[in-house]
Design a protein around this ligand. Structure first.
Ligand code: 5CA
Ligand code: ZN
Length: 420
């Protein structure tokens, strides 16, 4: 599927170090291990029915910062992202609003692309809709069935085939994966999140309440595709496993998303991926904090959204949106306040006035400046964007006019074009 336009990323003198990053499965910050200067990044994409709110934006900006830090360290990044363009909440929204589900998904995906362009987010190398890989998901589920790791659960509807579930207990016996490997949650937390986040613990016929859906047999009023499993559509976790493993080397260097995906989504993608390849799924699991608004997590289901497209339509500068979101650490749960944007606009004005005094010059500077070194050090330490922004503030407040390298460094590493 088409992604979006690549922002200009200036080349900087010298190379940064490989960034260190928090890993959910160990609870520690450590260096991202990159084999042969090539990193594979998978970030879970949107479910396109109400895009793009500032929670989504902040998650994609965190991984954009990682990608920029990696590239600055000389790493070639292969980046894959999905869109969950067929799923229960999207179908429910389509039915409730009387819009065809494909029209809804296409329109919201377009909006997301334009929001990502406004925010100068580097596009994924492979942007893949779930509807593009239904046959591949069915083939993967068939392999799990052959290995005894999937099993059928009959549906109420006699015209439908069986739904297929993943056998968590069997996977714990037959593979190197076990429950809690990635999330480190206790049993009670897992049970709660499974029920809250799209799982169906009470479905009759399941072997274990935490077994996740792999394949949903066709129902009369739902979209479905023919496959080796009969007609149906993919379960949620296996879609990300299949897309990631199609486009990235195994194990993936970093598997990422918001912290609401730690369990069950990433735990189960990891289980499926380990079962399919016999190898660990990802070397690093990284999760962003949740953005709240008016006291609650910003979410499509609650409707307490601040959307990038609405801010842009109201004439707000997307660079200020970017600065406002980067002014907090990616892992902190935090609340968005409307005044945050005004503060970021004032900061952007100060930075632009400083950049306008750049002494320019035709001679390219080949030596990293102190500001570039400070930005590299901050971002290299678990993407510490608040410290990076303070480093720029300090230089701007110092009053000395910047070199071209300073202005380039802000654009390449923080994604803020101060020349426009
Ligand atoms: N399509 C699935 C992933 S396969 C999904 O979770 N879609 S989503 O549209 O709900 O979210 C897209 C991304 O934004 C996910 O990484 C999710 O963790 C993140 N996200 C959602 N809400 C917030 C929030 N309030 N704050 C920060 N990140 C969020
Ligand atoms: Zn996902």
């Amino acid at each position: 599927m088409r992604s979006w336009a690549e922002p200009y990323v200036p080349r900087l003198p010298g190379l940064g170090d490989l960034p260190s990053l928090h890993d959910t499965s160990t609870g520690t910050v450590h260096t991202t291990e990159v084999e042969g200067s090539r990193a594979g990044l998978y970030v879970c994409g949107i479910t396109p029915y109400d895009a793009t709110h500032l929670g989504h934006a902040s998650t994609y900006l965190a991984f954009d910062t990682l990608l920029r830090a990696w590239r600055d360290a000389g790493v070639e990044v292969v980046y894959a992202q999905n869109t969950t363009d067929v799923d229960d909440p999207l179908l429910e929204r389509a039915a409730a609003t009387g819009v065809d589900w494909r029209t809804l998904a296409d329109g919201q995906t377009d909006l997301f692309r334009s929001d990502m362009e406004h925010l100068a987010v580097v596009p994924p190398t492979h942007y893949v809709a779930v509807t593009e890989v239904v046959t591949d998901v069915a083939d993967a589920v068939a392999r799990l069935l052959d290995r005894g790791l999937a099993y059928p659960v009959p549906t109420d509807d006699s015209s439908a085939g069986d739904d297929l579930y993943f056998d968590v207990r069997r996977a714990e016996r037959d593979t190197d994966w076990h429950l809690g490997l990635e999330s480190r949650y206790d049993a009670e937390t897992m049970a709660r999140f499974f029920a809250e986040r799209g799982g169906d613990p009470g479905r009759p016929g399941k072997r274990d309440s935490l077994d996740p859906l792999l394949w949903r047999a066709a129902r009369d009023d739902e979209p479905s595709w023919p496959s080796v499993l009969g007609a149906g559509r993919p379960g949620w976790h296996i879609e990300c496993t299949v897309i990631a493993q199609q486009h990235l080397d195994v194990p993936i260097t970093v598997n990422g998303g918001g912290s609401d995906l730690v369990f069950p989504h990433h735990e189960m993608s990891t289980a499926h991926g380990t079962a399919l390849t016999g190898r660990p799924y990802a070397a690093h699991h990284t999760h962003t904090g949740m953005i709240a608004y008016q006291g609650e997590k910003m979410s499509k289901s609650l409707g307490n959204l601040v959307k990038v497209s609405e801010l842009v339509a109201a004439g707000r500068d997307p660079r200020a949106v970017r600065l406002a979101l980067l002014s907090h650490h990616y892992r902190s749960d935090r609340e968005w306040f409307d005044a945050d944007l005004g503060d970021a606009e004032a900061r952007l004005d100060r930075w632009r006035a400083w950049a306008a005094t750049s002494h320019g010059g035709a001679v390219p500077v080949e030596t990293p400046t102190p500001l570039l070194l400070a930005l590299r050090a901050a971002l290299g330490a678990d993407l510490d964007t608040p410290s990076a922004l303070l480093a720029v503030d300090a230089v701007v407040a110092g009053g000395a006019s910047p070199s071209e390298v300073d202005v380039d460094a802000v654009q390449a590493l923080l994604g803020i074009d101060l020349r426009a």
